[in-house]
Write a protein that binds this ligand. Structure first.
Ligand code: ADP
Ligand code: MG
Length: 309
């Protein structure tokens, strides 16, 4: 590869809204065989709004929002923003004693609020905390129905008892459809790797016309990493037969994507709304959240490769 082409390629990419942290990544971008996408905040805007709330028998919505918003006031997850906004609109105050706040990676959040343990999260969290009693079977039915409709659904429990469930919705980012259409046309295999439920993941896949068998849901950060690693191993094994091996890229915005971003041949972070950890770990940072920037950067990388080869 000629240094001149590389330098002008990196400069052109920067002008176009992508910081590439080295010439080698320009090469990798131009020879990707797989590109894995995080869903929330990457393919979608990561701006959730609350769709519905369902209560366990005898519980009030204001009570649920009090416990829920108190825990979420400590979180920077897009779900947390939606909840704190709703609580504010409804004039629900936040507890003043919130301790032991913990994030459950890719699953939810937990804290002690006024001395009571409050847990919020996905079905795995629910299964571990008081999901089993028969009084909550109607909640479970609501949960599953929302999930089938493609919503992100969370369970709320206080002191091991289900208080209720709520669903939130998000929108696909502008530029996303054009990007994946172009990638699929140029034979790059597109994957969705998400911590969210299968229904929500499949809904985004169908909007983008991505194959359902390349959608992996309910993943932990480690699962995302292992998935990227296994694609790399496959490509490297194929590469030993065909001389050149295909590269694996990963695009993400969150702390939960950092291991996969580091493990990929090229990690790409969403700049404007992404987390600092993702940006530090990635090899490429997009300044804009419009994925059109990534389309342009990949085209540029291919142009550079052709001049080089
Ligand atoms: P993604 O991989 O799509 O970016 P995350 O790993 O951020 O998703 O989250 C996975 C799931 O964990 C969410 O869909 C949600 O069910 C649960 N979760 C994570 N953080 C929170 C939170 N602050 N409040 C409620 N649920 C959460
Ligand atoms: Mg995300």
């Amino acid at each position: 590869s000629t240094p001149a082409t590389m330098v002008s390629g990196l400069a052109a990419a920067a002008n176009n809204g992508a910081l590439i942290k080295g010439g080698q990544y320009l090469e990798v971008l131009g020879s990707m065989k797989h590109l894995a996408f995080d869903k929330t905040g990457t393919l979608t805007e990561g701006k959730y709004r609350v769709n519905g709330i369902a209560m366990a028998k005898g519980k009030s919505e204001d009570d649920l929002l009090y416990w829920l918003a108190s825990v979420e006031s400590q979180s920077s997850h897009p779900i947390a923003w939606a909840i704190t906004k709703l609580a504010k609109e409804k004039g629900i105050k936040i507890a003043d004693q919130i301790t032991n706040y913990t994030t459950l990676a890719g699953e939810g959040v937990r804290a002690t609020v006024q001395g009571s343990e409050v847990v919020v999260g996905n079905i795995k969290v629910a299964a571990r905390n008081g999901w089993s009693s028969s009084e909550v079977s109607s909640l479970r039915a609501q949960y599953e129905s929302w999930e089938r409709q493609g919503f992100t659904v969370c369970w709320v429990g206080v002191e091991g008892q289900a208080l209720g469930v709520f669903s939130v919705a998000d929108m696909v980012r502008p530029g996303t459809k054009a990007l994946v259409t172009k990638l699929v046309k140029s034979r790059v295999k597109c994957w969705i790797l998400t911590g969210d439920n299968e229904g929500a993941a499949l809904k985004v896949a169908s909007k983008l016309r991505l194959r359902a068998d390349r959608v992996k849901s309910s993943l932990t950060p480690e699962d995302k990493y292992w998935h990227v690693s296994s694609l790399k191993e496959e490509e490297e094994a194929a590469g030993r037969c065909f001389k050149a091996s295909g590269k694996v890229g990963m695009v993400g915005d969150g702390v939960n994507d950092a291991p996969a971003l580091a493990g990929a041949d090229v990690g790409i972070a969403m700049g404007a709304a992404g987390t600092p950890v993702a940006m530090e770990t990635a090899d490429v940072v997009l300044f804009s959240d419009n994925l059109q920037k990534l389309t342009d950067t990949i085209s540029l990388a291919k142009l550079c490769r052709r001049k080089i080869l």
